[in-house]
Ligand binder design. Structure first.
Ligand code: SAH
Length: 364
Protein backbone atom coordinates (compact mmCIF):
# COMPACT_ATOMS: atom_id res chain seq x y z
CA UNK A 1 0.00 0.00 0.00
CA UNK A 2 2.82 2.38 0.98
CA UNK A 3 4.57 1.63 -2.32
CA UNK A 4 1.37 2.26 -4.20
CA UNK A 5 0.92 5.70 -2.58
CA UNK A 6 4.60 6.47 -3.06
CA UNK A 7 4.48 5.64 -6.75
CA UNK A 8 1.37 7.82 -7.22
CA UNK A 9 3.18 10.70 -5.47
CA UNK A 10 6.28 10.24 -7.58
CA UNK A 11 4.21 10.02 -10.70
CA UNK A 12 2.29 13.18 -9.77
CA UNK A 13 5.53 14.99 -8.93
CA UNK A 14 7.09 14.03 -12.28
CA UNK A 15 4.09 14.68 -14.48
CA UNK A 16 4.20 17.53 -16.96
CA UNK A 17 1.27 19.85 -16.44
CA UNK A 18 -0.54 20.90 -19.62
CA UNK A 19 -2.49 23.54 -17.68
CA UNK A 20 -1.64 26.98 -19.02
CA UNK A 21 0.46 25.64 -21.92
CA UNK A 22 -0.29 27.18 -25.30
CA UNK A 23 -1.59 25.31 -28.33
CA UNK A 24 1.86 25.18 -29.96
CA UNK A 25 3.27 23.34 -26.98
CA UNK A 26 0.42 20.84 -27.11
CA UNK A 27 0.89 20.43 -30.87
CA UNK A 28 4.54 19.52 -30.24
CA UNK A 29 3.46 16.97 -27.62
CA UNK A 30 1.01 15.45 -30.13
CA UNK A 31 3.71 15.31 -32.81
CA UNK A 32 6.11 13.60 -30.39
CA UNK A 33 3.42 11.03 -29.57
CA UNK A 34 2.54 10.58 -33.28
CA UNK A 35 -1.01 11.80 -32.68
CA UNK A 36 -2.81 13.49 -35.58
CA UNK A 37 -2.58 17.29 -35.61
CA UNK A 38 -6.27 17.92 -34.93
CA UNK A 39 -5.93 16.24 -31.53
CA UNK A 40 -3.88 19.26 -30.37
CA UNK A 41 -6.90 21.56 -30.75
CA UNK A 42 -9.13 19.12 -28.89
CA UNK A 43 -6.65 18.64 -26.04
CA UNK A 44 -6.00 22.38 -25.81
CA UNK A 45 -9.76 23.01 -25.70
CA UNK A 46 -9.88 20.96 -22.50
CA UNK A 47 -6.55 21.83 -20.91
CA UNK A 48 -7.21 25.57 -21.21
CA UNK A 49 -10.39 24.96 -19.19
CA UNK A 50 -8.49 23.01 -16.52
CA UNK A 51 -10.12 19.67 -17.39
CA UNK A 52 -8.12 16.54 -16.46
CA UNK A 53 -6.98 14.12 -19.19
CA UNK A 54 -9.32 11.43 -17.80
CA UNK A 55 -12.27 13.78 -18.35
CA UNK A 56 -11.42 14.71 -21.97
CA UNK A 57 -14.47 12.81 -23.10
CA UNK A 58 -14.19 13.34 -26.87
CA UNK A 59 -10.77 11.69 -26.97
CA UNK A 60 -10.53 7.93 -27.47
CA UNK A 61 -9.13 6.05 -24.50
CA UNK A 62 -5.97 5.25 -26.51
CA UNK A 63 -5.17 8.96 -26.92
CA UNK A 64 -5.78 9.67 -23.23
CA UNK A 65 -3.57 6.72 -22.30
CA UNK A 66 -0.84 7.89 -24.69
CA UNK A 67 -0.83 11.27 -22.93
CA UNK A 68 -0.79 9.97 -19.37
CA UNK A 69 1.62 7.14 -20.27
CA UNK A 70 4.08 9.75 -21.54
CA UNK A 71 3.71 11.71 -18.29
CA UNK A 72 1.31 14.47 -19.36
CA UNK A 73 -1.64 15.55 -17.29
CA UNK A 74 -3.78 18.54 -16.33
CA UNK A 75 -3.27 18.90 -12.61
CA UNK A 76 -4.84 21.36 -10.18
CA UNK A 77 -3.81 21.85 -6.57
CA UNK A 78 -5.88 19.77 -4.19
CA UNK A 79 -8.14 21.56 -1.71
CA UNK A 80 -6.92 20.33 1.69
CA UNK A 81 -9.00 22.63 3.90
CA UNK A 82 -11.74 25.14 3.26
CA UNK A 83 -13.23 27.81 5.52
CA UNK A 84 -16.28 29.87 4.64
CA UNK A 85 -16.91 33.14 6.46
CA UNK A 86 -20.39 33.40 7.93
CA UNK A 87 -20.01 37.15 7.94
CA UNK A 88 -19.40 37.90 4.26
CA UNK A 89 -19.05 34.60 2.36
CA UNK A 90 -15.26 34.93 1.89
CA UNK A 91 -13.78 31.47 1.25
CA UNK A 92 -10.27 30.60 2.36
CA UNK A 93 -8.49 27.51 1.03
CA UNK A 94 -5.44 25.65 2.12
CA UNK A 95 -4.29 23.92 -1.07
CA UNK A 96 -1.81 21.06 -1.41
CA UNK A 97 0.62 21.08 -4.34
CA UNK A 98 1.97 17.97 -6.11
CA UNK A 99 4.96 17.69 -3.75
CA UNK A 100 2.88 18.21 -0.60
CA UNK A 101 3.71 21.92 -0.12
CA UNK A 102 0.78 23.91 1.24
CA UNK A 103 -0.37 27.31 0.02
CA UNK A 104 -3.37 29.56 0.62
CA UNK A 105 -5.91 31.15 -1.71
CA UNK A 106 -8.89 33.31 -0.77
CA UNK A 107 -12.04 33.99 -2.82
CA UNK A 108 -13.79 37.26 -2.06
CA UNK A 109 -17.30 38.16 -3.20
CA UNK A 110 -18.03 41.66 -4.41
CA UNK A 111 -21.10 43.15 -6.02
CA UNK A 112 -19.42 42.92 -9.41
CA UNK A 113 -18.18 39.35 -9.07
CA UNK A 114 -15.61 37.11 -7.46
CA UNK A 115 -11.95 37.95 -6.97
CA UNK A 116 -9.26 35.51 -5.92
CA UNK A 117 -6.12 36.21 -3.91
CA UNK A 118 -3.41 33.77 -5.07
CA UNK A 119 -0.08 32.67 -3.59
CA UNK A 120 3.10 32.86 -5.71
CA UNK A 121 5.56 31.10 -3.42
CA UNK A 122 5.48 28.40 -0.73
CA UNK A 123 6.68 30.59 2.14
CA UNK A 124 8.53 33.86 1.72
CA UNK A 125 12.05 35.17 2.31
CA UNK A 126 11.27 38.88 2.52
CA UNK A 127 11.14 38.89 6.33
CA UNK A 128 8.46 41.59 6.88
CA UNK A 129 8.09 41.76 10.65
CA UNK A 130 4.30 41.63 10.80
CA UNK A 131 3.67 38.87 8.26
CA UNK A 132 3.01 35.18 9.00
CA UNK A 133 4.06 34.01 5.50
CA UNK A 134 7.70 34.67 6.23
CA UNK A 135 7.94 32.93 9.63
CA UNK A 136 9.37 29.67 8.24
CA UNK A 137 11.24 31.27 5.35
CA UNK A 138 10.91 30.37 1.67
CA UNK A 139 10.41 26.74 0.69
CA UNK A 140 10.20 27.21 -3.07
CA UNK A 141 8.80 29.21 -5.95
CA UNK A 142 5.50 28.19 -7.48
CA UNK A 143 5.38 27.39 -11.19
CA UNK A 144 3.04 29.28 -13.49
CA UNK A 145 0.64 26.34 -13.60
CA UNK A 146 0.58 26.08 -9.81
CA UNK A 147 -0.52 29.72 -9.56
CA UNK A 148 -3.03 29.28 -12.37
CA UNK A 149 -4.29 26.03 -10.84
CA UNK A 150 -5.43 27.92 -7.71
CA UNK A 151 -7.86 29.95 -9.83
CA UNK A 152 -9.28 26.88 -11.60
CA UNK A 153 -9.55 24.81 -8.40
CA UNK A 154 -11.28 27.61 -6.48
CA UNK A 155 -13.57 28.54 -9.36
CA UNK A 156 -14.65 24.92 -9.74
CA UNK A 157 -15.26 24.69 -6.00
CA UNK A 158 -17.37 27.86 -5.74
CA UNK A 159 -19.14 26.96 -8.99
CA UNK A 160 -18.68 30.41 -10.47
CA UNK A 161 -16.40 32.28 -12.82
CA UNK A 162 -13.67 34.27 -11.10
CA UNK A 163 -13.32 37.65 -12.77
CA UNK A 164 -10.56 39.33 -10.76
CA UNK A 165 -7.16 38.33 -9.38
CA UNK A 166 -4.98 39.86 -6.70
CA UNK A 167 -1.46 38.50 -6.34
CA UNK A 168 -1.40 39.17 -2.61
CA UNK A 169 -1.30 35.72 -1.06
CA UNK A 170 1.77 33.94 0.30
CA UNK A 171 5.11 35.02 -1.17
CA UNK A 172 6.54 37.87 -3.14
CA UNK A 173 5.49 37.78 -6.81
CA UNK A 174 8.50 39.78 -8.01
CA UNK A 175 10.84 37.36 -6.22
CA UNK A 176 9.35 34.75 -8.56
CA UNK A 177 9.29 37.05 -11.55
CA UNK A 178 9.17 34.64 -14.51
CA UNK A 179 6.33 32.50 -13.15
CA UNK A 180 4.36 35.57 -12.05
CA UNK A 181 4.60 37.20 -15.48
CA UNK A 182 3.82 33.90 -17.25
CA UNK A 183 0.81 33.53 -14.94
CA UNK A 184 -0.51 37.02 -15.76
CA UNK A 185 -0.22 36.27 -19.50
CA UNK A 186 -1.91 32.89 -19.09
CA UNK A 187 -4.73 34.41 -16.99
CA UNK A 188 -5.46 36.83 -19.83
CA UNK A 189 -5.67 34.05 -22.44
CA UNK A 190 -9.09 34.39 -24.19
CA UNK A 191 -9.27 30.57 -24.55
CA UNK A 192 -8.67 30.14 -20.84
CA UNK A 193 -9.62 32.33 -17.87
CA UNK A 194 -9.88 35.41 -20.10
CA UNK A 195 -9.29 37.88 -17.27
CA UNK A 196 -8.62 41.47 -18.36
CA UNK A 197 -5.34 43.02 -17.22
CA UNK A 198 -7.34 45.75 -15.48
CA UNK A 199 -8.80 43.12 -13.21
CA UNK A 200 -5.41 41.83 -12.07
CA UNK A 201 -3.34 43.44 -9.28
CA UNK A 202 0.19 42.51 -8.33
CA UNK A 203 1.33 43.39 -4.83
CA UNK A 204 5.02 43.79 -4.03
CA UNK A 205 7.13 44.71 -1.03
CA UNK A 206 9.18 46.89 -3.40
CA UNK A 207 11.64 44.89 -5.53
CA UNK A 208 12.80 47.68 -7.81
CA UNK A 209 14.21 45.68 -10.78
CA UNK A 210 11.00 43.65 -10.79
CA UNK A 211 8.80 46.79 -10.90
CA UNK A 212 10.89 48.20 -13.75
CA UNK A 213 10.82 44.87 -15.59
CA UNK A 214 7.04 44.62 -15.23
CA UNK A 215 6.64 48.14 -16.61
CA UNK A 216 8.22 46.88 -19.87
CA UNK A 217 6.09 43.73 -20.23
CA UNK A 218 3.13 45.50 -21.81
CA UNK A 219 0.83 43.99 -19.18
CA UNK A 220 -1.04 46.93 -17.66
CA UNK A 221 -1.93 45.27 -14.36
CA UNK A 222 -2.48 47.38 -11.25
CA UNK A 223 0.72 47.71 -9.26
CA UNK A 224 0.22 47.67 -5.49
CA UNK A 225 3.21 48.56 -3.39
CA UNK A 226 3.27 47.57 0.28
CA UNK A 227 4.82 50.70 1.73
CA UNK A 228 4.07 50.70 5.49
CA UNK A 229 6.44 53.64 6.02
CA UNK A 230 7.76 56.38 3.78
CA UNK A 231 10.84 56.86 5.93
CA UNK A 232 13.66 54.62 4.64
CA UNK A 233 15.26 54.08 8.07
CA UNK A 234 11.96 53.35 9.76
CA UNK A 235 10.89 51.06 6.91
CA UNK A 236 14.10 49.03 7.26
CA UNK A 237 12.93 48.06 10.76
CA UNK A 238 9.58 46.79 9.46
CA UNK A 239 10.61 45.51 6.02
CA UNK A 240 14.23 44.30 5.59
CA UNK A 241 13.89 44.54 1.79
CA UNK A 242 14.43 48.29 2.31
CA UNK A 243 18.12 47.51 2.92
CA UNK A 244 18.33 46.68 -0.78
CA UNK A 245 16.19 49.53 -2.18
CA UNK A 246 15.40 52.80 -0.46
CA UNK A 247 11.89 54.29 -0.41
CA UNK A 248 13.08 56.93 -2.92
CA UNK A 249 14.20 54.22 -5.36
CA UNK A 250 10.90 52.37 -4.94
CA UNK A 251 8.84 55.53 -5.58
CA UNK A 252 10.92 56.40 -8.60
CA UNK A 253 10.23 52.88 -9.99
CA UNK A 254 6.50 53.54 -9.35
CA UNK A 255 6.73 56.75 -11.37
CA UNK A 256 8.29 54.79 -14.22
CA UNK A 257 5.52 52.16 -13.96
CA UNK A 258 2.89 54.86 -14.29
CA UNK A 259 4.65 56.53 -17.21
CA UNK A 260 4.80 53.25 -19.15
CA UNK A 261 1.40 51.79 -18.30
CA UNK A 262 -0.78 54.78 -17.45
CA UNK A 263 -2.08 52.83 -14.46
CA UNK A 264 -2.81 54.48 -11.13
CA UNK A 265 -0.45 53.21 -8.40
CA UNK A 266 -1.91 51.66 -5.30
CA UNK A 267 -0.11 51.66 -1.93
CA UNK A 268 -0.83 49.37 0.97
CA UNK A 269 -0.14 50.67 4.43
CA UNK A 270 -0.59 48.32 7.37
CA UNK A 271 -1.15 50.33 10.53
CA UNK A 272 0.87 49.04 13.49
CA UNK A 273 0.31 50.70 16.88
CA UNK A 274 3.19 52.94 17.91
CA UNK A 275 5.30 52.00 14.86
CA UNK A 276 3.89 53.82 11.85
CA UNK A 277 0.48 55.22 12.83
CA UNK A 278 1.20 58.68 14.31
CA UNK A 279 -0.02 62.01 12.93
CA UNK A 280 3.58 62.74 12.00
CA UNK A 281 3.76 59.46 10.01
CA UNK A 282 0.61 60.47 8.10
CA UNK A 283 1.97 63.96 7.38
CA UNK A 284 5.31 62.56 6.17
CA UNK A 285 3.52 60.02 3.99
CA UNK A 286 1.37 62.69 2.33
CA UNK A 287 4.33 65.05 1.79
CA UNK A 288 6.62 62.27 0.53
CA UNK A 289 4.10 60.85 -1.94
CA UNK A 290 3.41 64.31 -3.36
CA UNK A 291 7.12 65.15 -3.53
CA UNK A 292 8.12 61.96 -5.37
CA UNK A 293 5.00 61.25 -7.41
CA UNK A 294 3.61 64.74 -7.99
CA UNK A 295 0.28 64.50 -9.77
CA UNK A 296 0.48 60.81 -10.61
CA UNK A 297 -2.88 59.23 -9.68
CA UNK A 298 -2.49 57.06 -6.62
CA UNK A 299 -4.46 55.49 -3.86
CA UNK A 300 -3.52 54.47 -0.32
CA UNK A 301 -5.17 51.40 1.19
CA UNK A 302 -4.98 51.49 4.96
CA UNK A 303 -5.00 48.02 6.54
CA UNK A 304 -5.34 47.65 10.31
CA UNK A 305 -2.72 45.04 11.35
CA UNK A 306 -3.95 41.51 11.80
CA UNK A 307 -1.60 40.57 14.64
CA UNK A 308 0.48 37.40 14.36
CA UNK A 309 0.92 35.79 17.78
CA UNK A 310 4.67 35.12 17.26
CA UNK A 311 5.35 38.82 16.91
CA UNK A 312 5.03 41.56 19.47
CA UNK A 313 3.09 43.99 17.30
CA UNK A 314 -0.33 45.46 18.01
CA UNK A 315 -2.94 46.79 15.63
CA UNK A 316 -3.76 50.50 15.68
CA UNK A 317 -6.97 51.43 17.42
CA UNK A 318 -9.98 52.51 15.35
CA UNK A 319 -9.44 56.16 16.32
CA UNK A 320 -5.84 56.17 15.11
CA UNK A 321 -6.85 54.51 11.86
CA UNK A 322 -9.57 57.12 11.25
CA UNK A 323 -7.26 59.98 12.21
CA UNK A 324 -4.55 58.64 9.87
CA UNK A 325 -7.01 58.50 7.03
CA UNK A 326 -8.37 62.00 7.77
CA UNK A 327 -4.83 63.39 7.74
CA UNK A 328 -4.08 61.84 4.36
CA UNK A 329 -7.35 62.89 2.77
CA UNK A 330 -7.00 66.37 4.29
CA UNK A 331 -3.63 66.66 2.54
CA UNK A 332 -5.17 65.71 -0.79
CA UNK A 333 -4.11 62.02 -0.84
CA UNK A 334 -6.71 59.47 -1.86
CA UNK A 335 -7.07 56.97 0.98
CA UNK A 336 -9.52 54.35 2.19
CA UNK A 337 -9.52 51.86 5.06
CA UNK A 338 -9.69 48.33 3.71
CA UNK A 339 -12.75 46.47 4.88
CA UNK A 340 -11.62 43.34 6.67
CA UNK A 341 -12.98 40.38 4.73
CA UNK A 342 -13.57 37.03 6.41
CA UNK A 343 -12.95 38.34 9.96
CA UNK A 344 -14.08 35.00 11.41
CA UNK A 345 -11.76 32.80 9.26
CA UNK A 346 -8.39 34.42 9.82
CA UNK A 347 -8.10 35.36 6.17
CA UNK A 348 -4.73 37.17 6.50
CA UNK A 349 -1.68 36.05 4.58
CA UNK A 350 0.09 32.86 5.57
CA UNK A 351 -1.54 32.30 8.94
CA UNK A 352 -3.26 29.06 7.97
CA UNK A 353 -0.16 27.58 6.34
CA UNK A 354 1.94 28.51 9.37
CA UNK A 355 -0.45 27.07 11.95
CA UNK A 356 -0.70 23.88 9.89
CA UNK A 357 3.11 23.54 9.83
CA UNK A 358 3.20 24.09 13.60
CA UNK A 359 0.58 21.43 14.31
CA UNK A 360 2.38 18.93 12.03
CA UNK A 361 5.61 19.60 13.94
CA UNK A 362 3.84 19.09 17.27
CA UNK A 363 2.39 15.78 16.09
CA UNK A 364 5.77 14.35 15.07
N1 SAH B 1 4.76 40.09 -0.92
C1 SAH B 1 3.70 40.90 -1.41
C2 SAH B 1 2.33 40.24 -1.39
C3 SAH B 1 1.94 39.46 -0.17
S1 SAH B 1 1.46 40.33 1.26
C4 SAH B 1 3.68 42.23 -0.70
O1 SAH B 1 4.49 42.44 0.21
O2 SAH B 1 2.92 43.11 -1.10
C5 SAH B 1 -0.03 41.14 0.82
C6 SAH B 1 -0.36 42.34 1.69
O3 SAH B 1 -0.81 41.94 3.00
C7 SAH B 1 0.84 43.25 1.92
O4 SAH B 1 0.48 44.58 1.82
C8 SAH B 1 1.23 42.90 3.33
O5 SAH B 1 1.97 43.94 3.86
C9 SAH B 1 -0.12 42.67 3.99
N2 SAH B 1 -0.05 41.87 5.21
C10 SAH B 1 0.63 40.73 5.41
N3 SAH B 1 0.45 40.27 6.66
C11 SAH B 1 -0.38 41.14 7.28
C12 SAH B 1 -0.94 41.21 8.58
N4 SAH B 1 -0.66 40.30 9.50
N5 SAH B 1 -1.76 42.24 8.86
C13 SAH B 1 -2.04 43.17 7.92
N6 SAH B 1 -1.55 43.16 6.67
C14 SAH B 1 -0.70 42.17 6.35
Amino acid sequence: MVYYILSICLLRGNMINLLGKDENFIASVCAALSLPGYRARQIYGWSSKGVSVEDMTNLPLAVRSALTGAGYGVMLPEIAEKYVSRVDGTVKYLMRLGDGEMIESVVMSYRYGKTICVSCQAGCRMGCRFCASTLNGLKRNLTCDEILGQVYAASRDVGERISGIVMMGIGEPLDNYDSSVAFIRAAGNPDGLNIGMRHISLSTCGIVPGILGLADEDLPVTLSVSLHSIDTEKRKKIMPVTNAWSVEEILSACRCYFEKTGRRISFEYTLIAGENDSEEDARQLATGLKKHLGRIPLHVNLIPLNPVSERDLRKSGRENVDRFKRNLVGSGVNATVRRRLGPDINASCGQLRYSRALSERNNE
